[in-house]
Design a binder for this molecule. Structure first.
Ligand SMILES: *Cc1c(COP(=O)(O)O)cnc(C)c1O
Length: 381
């Protein structure tokens, strides 16, 4: 029996050959790669021409740039879900922010706006949802909270390419947002890659300096100053030409990839609904405002013991399945650079019970049927 992998990066010979053809013809023309990639984002991802797209080495880079551009000071608070990847936290912790971990909603595993509201203080500088699994967080409620407290809304949309909130692409609604093109995500730039959205005009100049080693190089290139100088702390985060060439080819297939994954997601959800009704586990509930991209499909099992047992059972049938994040509030470093605020009941339960099933574009209907049948067999023993 073939192994059914949890994930297969989205790549094929056509993407590789076409990107190598461009690289052979002009290996160093970074501006050409950048503008072709931006063009593909606008054509195939329908991203607005109003917002500059910054293609960076990773979503982590994008988050670090956000934190630098915000000029985070020691003790400024950033509210984030405890149930996330450490990358969300690291970018702000390294700038001296205090991380405030809050609980998630049980239907979407996204940051819970009512927990956020309780956690806001006069020191809150930013609130950062992650759009777990490509299902949008409740941006309307989060925006209402940031409007009333003056914090910035930052989107870690690392899971979110191709997904939307009320028809708007994830990452484009907060003051800042980012996408990841790591090969574990729906779309990859041939390994690692990220995109930073600076949706609020007021920050575009600062971000530009941060991305140019903290200099006003762009003003120099535009002819507004006669020499460029070091103005602030910045860095070098540019996506490589190779990665831009690869992603530009992959982006042509964004809608196909999203449609394939969404179909797999819906098929899992329909086949498992009877088991959910019997109380075997819970499934994600899609809010009306969210259009998913099928990034993750998970079961929420009643305990760690059941989760581990099912995982072993699936492994016995050559099916790979994984749990997910360890809550950040419950780590030594998490307690050093931050604190939990409010109850963490959902986070703790989800951590114990979540099991993610194989989800990728190479998952055939036959293989998906094998996964579905295995889960049904497990619960009918
Ligand atoms: C993958 C991921 C990141 C990091 O993305 P990179 O592009 O690998 O830096 C950050 N946040 C979340 C929620 C992620 O899933």
């Amino acid at each position: 029996m073939n192994w059914i992998r949890f994930n297969e990066p989205y790549s094929h010979a056509g993407i590789v050959e076409e990107s190598l053809r461009h690289l052979a013809a002009s290996p160093f023309d970074g501006e050409a790669y950048k503008s072709r990639l931006a063009e593909r984002f606008r054509t195939f991802g329908r991203y607005s021409t109003e917002v500059p797209l910054h293609f960076l080495q990773s979503a982590t880079s994008a988050l670090e740039v956000m934190a630098m551009a915000m000029e985070i000071q020691l003790g400024d608070e950033i509210i984030l879900p405890s149930f996330t990847y450490p990358a969300t936290a690291n970018a702000f912790a390294r700038q001296g922010a205090k991380l405030v971990f809050v609980d998630i909603e049980k239907d979407t595993l996204n940051i819970d706006p009512s927990a956020v509201e309780q956690a806001v203080t006069p020191r809150t500088r930013g609130i950062i949802p992650i759009h777990y699994g490509g299902i949008a967080a409740d941006m309307g409620e989060l925006r209402r909270i940031t409007d009333s407290c003056g914090a910035l809304l930052l989107e870690d949309a690392s899971h979110g390419i191709g997904a939307a909130y009320e028809g708007m692409a994830l990452g484009t609604m907060g003051e800042f947002g980012c996408l990841s093109f790591h090969h574990s995500k729906n779309m990859t730039a041939g390994g690692s890659g990220g995109c930073l959205f600076v949706n609020q005009k007021g920050y575009q100049g600062i971000v530009d300096e941060v991305l140019n080693q903290g200099t006003n190089r762009t003003a120099f290139l535009n002819g507004t100053v006669d020499a460029y100088r070091w103005q602030r702390v910045g860095g070098e985060y540019q996506m490589t030409n190779y990665a831009m060439a690869f992603l530009a080819e992959a982006m042509k297939e964004l809608s196909t990839v999203t449609a394939m994954r969404t179909e797999l997601w819906n098929r899992y959800a329909e086949s498992f609904r009877p088991l959910e009704e019997k109380g075997c586990f819970r499934l994600a509930k899609l809010p009306l405002y969210a259009r998913t991209n099928g990034h993750i499909f998970y079961l929420l099992l009643p305990s760690n013991a059941v989760r581990e047992d099912l995982k072993r059972f699936l492994c016995g049938r050559s099916i790979e399945a994984f749990s997910h994040y360890e809550p950040l509030h419950d780590t030594v470093i998490g307690r050093q650079v931050g604190e939990e605020r409010g109850a963490m009941d959902v986070t703790n339960l989800v951590t114990q019970g979540i099991l993610r099933l194989p989800m990728h574009c190479s998952l055939t209907a036959v293989d998906q049927d094998r996964v579905i049948e295995a889960v049904h067999d497990y619960f009918s023993r």
